[in-house]
Design a protein around this ligand. Structure first.
Ligand code: AMP
Length: 448
């Protein structure tokens, strides 16, 4: 990332000033509010979740895309919508060297569509099925399950048709993934928000708006504002006192055109054929025009108020809106942080990873042999801790236990000279003599 010379000088001054005040107050650096370090052993769970996503998505024919984490601000303004909180308040935006406005991505669907157009992917066998895993950035008020840097695992199906089987298969894929992870209390809700171009949603929104005008005084400030900017989003409101009012509003299901009704019924039938359990929720909406028909959300247990772990829907107009050819599209984004939180709440916490073998070596010859043995064992996939300096055997065994090692390999110059090494099982203290090839064989046989 390059900044202009002027801003470089200004920022160099700012850096110097903040460093001086930092030193004066002797404060310590801390991660910025809303961001956090992911540390072992928790990262083992993150890796397992991501590996499972890759495995499951691969069985559905999806390939990975890794778009950049910053893009032109205009891309997000167009794709996510200039009126949305995400774009109007929450983006991390800066001016790049050429003074073009650039933003850290608040989501990745826009990037995937941009890449689809940029690489002419409509020439590929359709539909193109892509998934991504990575950090997103939104300046939201941090709380449990809500961060300013958070991670999403998402997938998009672009091109092809709007066959209800595609919607159902995408949903089946997410549910298979959650099943594989044994996510507690995964609950799928679906809805159809109709089709704008066919007028069924436009007609509904007009009715919704006039119904909202009548109860405007009873609504909170956000909902009042949304009557004008985005009436569908009022249905999303979580405010306690608005709930009975929202319950009386017109429902989209009563306004769907025949085509949308048929599509929705077919999606439900397709889900049933796949054994995917769902609940209908007429209040599930997406606030932007190009979202159409299928929308879905998945909640999980143990998350309090921020319990949505996945949101998705059909967006047939988006690629065209970004300057590409008319393209069907459907996708979802999973909040990985929340997914992990829910798994942790259910007790799926990885234990601190230990070592298979701790090599307690003493003496110059033993060190050379230890280095060679470590290399052989590691290349067979066995984890080895090799202390960098000589330790007394007592100390070495103490450290081996602290590191939760399964075995200690005791190597003194005598053992090396005789070619007979000592392997100690730390759990029961038993010892055995082994030759170098026997060691490898033994460890391979006694793998977990
Ligand atoms: P969205 O892109 O807003 O549809 O969100 C999709 C999913 O991403 C949500 O269901 C959440 O699980 C997750 N998510 C959205 N915003 C945040 C955030 N600030 N912190 C953590 N997870 C988030």
């Amino acid at each position: 990332m390059f900044l202009s010379l002027r801003s470089c000088k200004a920022s160099a001054c700012a850096v110097k000033e903040s460093l001086l005040s930092f030193m004066a107050t002797k404060s310590r650096f801390q991660a910025i509010r809303g961001t956090r370090d992911l540390l072992p052993p928790e990262t083992a769970l993150w890796n397992r979740v991501e590996e499972t996503a890759r495995e499951v998505f691969c069985t559905f024919g999806f390939g990975e895309i890794r778009p950049p984490i910053f893009e032109p601000t205009e891309l997000f303004a167009r794709a996510v919508g200039g009126d949305t909180d995400i774009v109007s308040k929450e983006m991390y935006t800066f001016e790049d060297r050429d003074e073009s406005s650039t933003s850290l991505r608040p989501e990745a669907t826009a990037s995937v569509c941009r890449a689809y157009i940029e690489h002419g992917m409509q020439q590929l066998p359709l539909p193109v099925k892509l998934y991504y895993i990575g950090p997103m950035f939104r300046r939201e008020r941090p709380q449990k399950g809500r961060y300013r840097q958070f991670y999403q695992i998402g997938a998009e199906v672009l091109g092809g048709s709007d066959a209800p089987a595609i919607d159902a298969e995408v949903i089946e894929m997410v549910m298979t993934f959650f099943d594989r992870l044994q996510l507690p209390g995964a609950q799928l809700e679906i809805n159809s928000i109709g089709h704008n171009a066919d007028n069924c949603r436009r007609g509904y929104v007009t009715q919704l708006k006039s119904a909202l005008e009548k109860v405007k005084d009873k609504l909170g400030a956000d909902s009042q504002r949304r009557i004008e900017t985005n009436p569908l989003r009022v249905l999303d409101s979580k405010l306690e006192h608005e709930q009975p009012i929202i319950a009386t509003l017109p429902k989209i299901a009563d306004h769907l055109c025949d085509e949308c009704k048929t599509h929705y019924a077919a999606v439900k039938h397709q889900l049933e054929m796949r054994g995917v359990l769902y609940r209908e929720n007429w209040r599930l909406v997406r606030g932007l025009d190009y979202y159409m028909r299928t929308t879905f959300e998945i909640t999980a247990a143990g998350l309090g108020s921020q319990n949505a772990v996945c949101g998705g829907g059909r967006y047939d107009g988006l690629v065209e809106l970004l300057g590409g050819p008319p393209t069907k599209g459907i996708g979802f984004a999973i909040g990985e942080d929340r997914l992990i939180l829910s798994l942790q709440e259910a007790g799926k916490v990885p234990t601190v990873a230990g070592r298979d073998v701790y090599i307690a070596w003493m003496g110059e010859h033993a060190h050379a042999t230890a280095i060679r043995a470590a290399k052989t064992l590691r290349s067979a996939g066995i984890s080895v801790e090799l202390p960098p300096t000589e330790q007394k055997f007592g100390k070495a065994l103490e450290r081996a236990s602290k590191l939760n090692s399964r075995y200690a390999l005791i190597l003194g110059d005598n053992e090396v000279a005789e070619g007979s090494w000592t392997l100690k099982t730390l759990a029961d203290g038993t010892q055995q003599k082994v030759t170098e090839p026997e060691l490898l064989e033994f460890l391979k046989r006694h793998r977990d």
